[in-house]
Design a protein around this ligand. Structure first.
Ligand code: CMP
Length: 140
């Protein structure tokens, strides 16, 4: 299995409830390493660019408004099979369907306010990491 990098966001519903450390504890317990991390206030433009793939969805406006409603923590995670592993650790998008012990089961409020984002594939991970981090901000 290859060592991969994936992109993560700790979303406004989690930062507002002071859950950054709680989420990070689950990430690290799963064996993923946080090799870059910063807390930012996303701009509307950044959120629209990040979620451009969902721009035709009925929830797009709500999603962008939510992502800029409070600070987020953007992260790069590294580990064996990190992309799939982090998706397992996050749990299902809808927290009512998420497995026990996953971040969304533990912390998420709803399908929209679902505490974390993680890349869905290697190419998306590369693009998402590059949107928020320059090379010298990542120390693996
Ligand atoms: P994320 O993994 O960040 O990718 C797209 C996001 O859209 C998803 O998590 C959810 O937060 C959000 N989303 C998906 N479905 C819905 C929905 N039905 N209503 C509101 N937000 C949604």
């Amino acid at each position: 299995m290859a060592v991969e990098r994936t992109f993560s966001i700790i979303k406004p519903d989690a930062t507002e409830r002071n859950l950054t450390g709680g989420v990070n504890a689950v990430i690290e317990k799963a064996g993923l390493r946080i090799i870059a991390q910063k807390r930012i206030q996303m701009t509307r433009k950044q959120a629209e660019t990040f979620y451009a793939v969902h721009s035709a969805r009925p929830f797009f406006g709500e999603l962008v408004d939510f992502m800029i409603s409070a600070p987020v923590v953007v992260q790069v995670l590294e580990g064996e099979n990190a992309i799939a592993k982090y998706r397992d650790v996050m749990g299902a998008t809808d927290p009512s369907k998420a497995a026990e012990g996953t971040i969304r089961k533990l912390f998420a409020k709803s399908i929209g306010e679902n505490s974390v984002h993680g890349s869905d594939a290697a190419e998306t991970a590369r693009i998402e990491i590059a949107q928020f981090f320059s090379g010298n901000e990542i120390a693996g």
